[in-house]
Design a protein. Structure first.
Length: 325
């Protein structure tokens, strides 16, 4: 099918003066019509699966890729079947349901994955098999061979207790140092697990934690909207992962003093994640695409994929809770 595309070629008045007459430039500024044939698109499996070693459940999603002329867009592949094979030979299979569980995707329950390398195979009727391979980053924790350190300082505390409506906040300065392996690319994510997106509702109790970086344009970290946290990257040849500064805001509100005090007895919920490099590339590119893909005249931003079909991502991660003593 041919499409008519308007391609303005006279964007500079000076260029028009140098090349053609004023009248000619006005005509060219109206555009030139060109016939462009869009290639035929063959649908392929587009797979997204991000996994951790242990979890109650993990969700895999598979869609059929769609061409630019397909008005229906990408569709769920409800018959997709998944197989994970560890380098030791352990095999795990799931999927194939007629529909995604609760509209989330194909759910793998009671997850217990060994560290090391896993290969993923996805099959569905009428599609070429999609494959990918990933290796877990080490287990990150406050002790062990892949340990982090966190120094917390409470810098502000506000409490407004009322018999009917109470509010309290705590502000911390956090200094975070992360493991740095020689000769390896280390990627991390720090995010809140108690983030709320709604405004406080009178009569309802709740708590929320959010992060900020006090250094503007810190080259070691960037906010990733898709993951709702700070992506942190090692810089080769430098001790860039030491003493990373953050400001942590922890708030609680409720009907009365008892509710708020109970919430503040808990800790700010932060999760520290060690990610495989491919997962980082996928979510960085996803943020770029959602943000418009860059300047108007820049090269188009293409979605990152480590799936054999060229669509989607298989990523692995480990994580731990970071909280004050």
């Amino acid at each position: 099918m041919a499409h008519r595309v308007l391609n303005p070629i006279c964007s500079s008045a000076l260029g028009c003066v140098l090349l053609v007459s004023v009248v000619g430039c006005e005509k060219l500024s109206e555009g030139v019509v060109r016939e462009i044939e869009f290639p035929t698109h063959t649908p392929e499996l587009a797979v997204t699966f991000l996994a951790r070693p242990q979890a109650d459940s993990l969700v895999a999603r598979t869609h059929a890729s769609a061409g630019i002329l397909d008005s229906a867009g990408s569709q769920k592949v409800k018959e997709a079947e998944y197989t994970l094979v560890h380098s030791s030979g352990t095999t795990i299979s799931w999927g194939g349901q007629e529909d995604w569980v609760s509209g989330l995707g194909h759910v793998l329950t009671d997850v217990d994955l060994a560290l090391g390398t896993w290969s993923l195979t996805v099959e569905a009727p009428g599609f070429e098999t999609a494959t990918a391979e990933q290796t877990f980053p080490p287990l990150i924790d406050s002790a062990g061979s892949y340990a982090y350190t966190a120094e917390w300082l409470l810098v502000d505390s506000t409490t407004e207790l009322d018999p009917y409506w109470s509010f309290a906040s705590r502000v911390y300065e956090l200094s975070l140092s992360l493991p740095d392996r020689a000769g390896e690319d280390d990627f991390f994510l720090l995010r809140s697990t108690r983030r709320l997106w709604m405004e406080p509702v009178p009569g309802e109790s709740n708590a929320s934690t959010w992060l900020e970086s006090p250094i503007e344009d810190d080259p070691r970290m960037e906010w990733n909207r898709s993951l709702d946290g700070y992506l942190i990257q090692d810089v080769p040849g430098a001790q860039a992962l030491e003493s990373l500064p953050f400001e942590v805001y922890f708030e609680a509100w409720g009907e009365g003093p008892g509710d708020v005090e109970e919430m503040l007895a808990g800790k700010p919920g932060l999760e520290l994640v060690a990610l495989s490099p491919e997962a980082v590339l996928f979510y960085r590119r996803l943020d770029q695409l959602q943000g418009g893909g860059g300047p108007f005249f820049s090269e188009p931003v293409l979605a990152y994929s480590n799936i054999s079909s060229g669509y989607g991502c298989f990523g692995l991660y480990t994580s731990t809770v970071v909280e004050p003593d």
